[in-house]
Write a protein of this length. Structure first.
Length: 129
């Protein structure tokens, strides 16, 4: 049997059981009824409207994931071509000022996670340092 934490007003809680939520109420642990419905296993809910919306949102997320993967691969190939062209012409393997600019762009747009993402993108294009 699964249990869910719910606010006293019936909504989901955002805190540990027995700890006050943002609204100041203390959530209680109540058993939830699981039906075994296949849509519940896929969406986490048996409510048909919510399940349909979750499926729709996830389809869009999957489309975005496919686009991100394709863009990642294209960017890595282009970056590798830049590096190969630069080295073939007697240039350096890396241009650190360019990498710093990319790291900064991602950090400003996405915060600390952006820096980590930029590091992964740079590595995909040039390989490990």
């Amino acid at each position: 049997m699964m249990t869910d934490v719910v606010e006293q007003n019936g909504g989901p809680a955002g805190t540990e059981a027995g700890q006050p939520s943002a609204s100041g109420s203390v959530p209680e642990v109540v058993p939830s009824v699981r039906t075994g419905d296949p849509s519940e296993a896929r969406t986490g809910t048996v409510e048909p409207t919510a399940a349909a919306r979750i499926v729709q949102i996830r389809e869009r997320i999957d489309e975005i994931d496919h686009a991100l993967i394709a863009l990642w691969q294209e960017r890595a190939a282009l970056s590798q071509e830049v590096g190969a062209t630069r080295m073939a012409s007697g240039g350096t393997r890396l241009v650190l000022s360019r990498e710093r600019d990319i790291l900064e762009r991602f950090r400003l747009a996405l915060g600390a996670d952006g820096t980590q993402l930029a590091l992964l993108l740079l590595r995909a294009g040039r390989g490990p340092l």
